[in-house]
Design a protein. Structure first.
Length: 329
């Protein structure tokens, strides 16, 4: 905890305001390090706590490559070919590539990757757009439909549930939440008390489930939901006071994907080793940080009547902490 404490100023102010708006206190050490505690993760330097992401030296700096899914490993030969080093070891191949080129080529293949500090200070953590009429309502009156997965979105849903909202977690029959296959106790902590609904998204049932909600939390590309007949703008316009939260790696207008570790690297929310080179800070830090920003943004929007689409960028949320540090983390 000590190594990240200098970065926490924005989160202290944010969680204090969330408490003021909802009456729910937030324990920052528990929120940020719950998974690491339950899983027994330890700092691993340039390998992420969870083991899927690596910080690699490149021709001109550092980059993070996150091989979080089987498809990412399957895409490695194609990435090496794009880098002009077919058959080489990844760590050797990237030494001749600029960090931004490595990240760009990996992202072309759907692999989460980022050059160190490439996204620092580039946008606000949350951008709000009004698409519906305001109507003030208490959080405890609301139905939250959580379409997200893994950590950031579910943490937002957990905090709103603690404030009294009725939360329904919705998953696809063909693509369950990957966190189900992680640390069971952590999954239970995130989803305790929430209703669970598993749907065939291609049947039209998703649009029906969303139509019942007051707040929607999702972490998909907008075009993916539109193909399923779900439109954030129409949802907000249909009933006063609704809120839509879209959590993405770099904003809803950017198709790049991200997970918590590589988003933190993109923002420069990293530690330093004895030589001043970057190491991972915490466990997928951008995930819980983003969940906190998202929950606060919902509470603040509801307090002013809602009607808003909230675009939450993981890299920008992590960047707000990186920019605020008063001492090296």
């Amino acid at each position: 905890m000590a190594e990240i404490e200098p970065c926490l100023g924005p989160l202290v102010a944010l969680t204090d305001d969330f408490n003021r708006l909802t009456g729910v206190p937030v324990d920052l050490p528990v929120t940020l390090f719950r998974r690491a505690e339950l899983a027994g993760f330890e700092p691993r330097g340039r390998i992420s706590a969870g083991g899927s992401c690596r910080l690699l030296p490149t021709a001109d700096g550092w980059a993070a490559i996150n091989l979080a899914r089987p498809d990412d490993h399957a895409s490695l030969p194609a990435l090496l070919a794009l880098l002009g080093a077919p058959g080489a070891d990844l760590g050797t191949a990237v030494l001749c590539a600029p960090a931004t080129e490595l990240a760009r080529e990996a992202q072309r293949l759907g692999i989460a990757a980022a050059a160190h500090e490439e996204a620092g200070g580039s946008r606000a953590p949350v951008r709000a757009e009004r698409h519906g009429e305001p109507r003030r309502r208490d959080v405890a009156e609301l139905r939250v439909v959580d379409l997200s997965a893994l950590w950031a979105g579910p943490l937002c849903a957990r905090l709103l549930g603690l404030a009294g909202a009725h939360v329904t977690k919705v998953e696809s029959t063909g693509r369950p939440d990957g966190a189900r296959f992680g640390v069971p106790a952590f999954y239970r902590w995130l989803h305790d008390g929430h209703e669970s609904l598993v749907l065939d998204f291609t049947s039209g049932a998703l649009a029906e489930a969303v139509s019942e909600a007051d707040v929607v939390i999702e972490a998909s590309r907008p075009r993916a939901l539109r193909r399923l007949g779900v439109y954030a703008e129409e949802f907000l316009a249909a009933r006063p006071g609704r809120v839509w939260v879209g959590i993405t790696g770099y904003g809803r207008d950017d198709d790049r994907i991200a997970f918590g570790d590589d988003a933190a690297v993109a923002a420069g929310l990293t530690g330093r080793d004895a030589y001043g080179d970057p190491v991972f800070l915490g466990d997928a830090t951008a995930d819980p940080v983003t969940g906190l920003y998202a929950a606060h943004a919902v509470a603040r929007s509801l307090a002013s009547g809602g009607g808003e689409l909230l675009s939450v960028s993981m890299a920008a949320c992590a960047g707000a902490l990186a920019a605020s540090r008063t001492a090296p983390c």
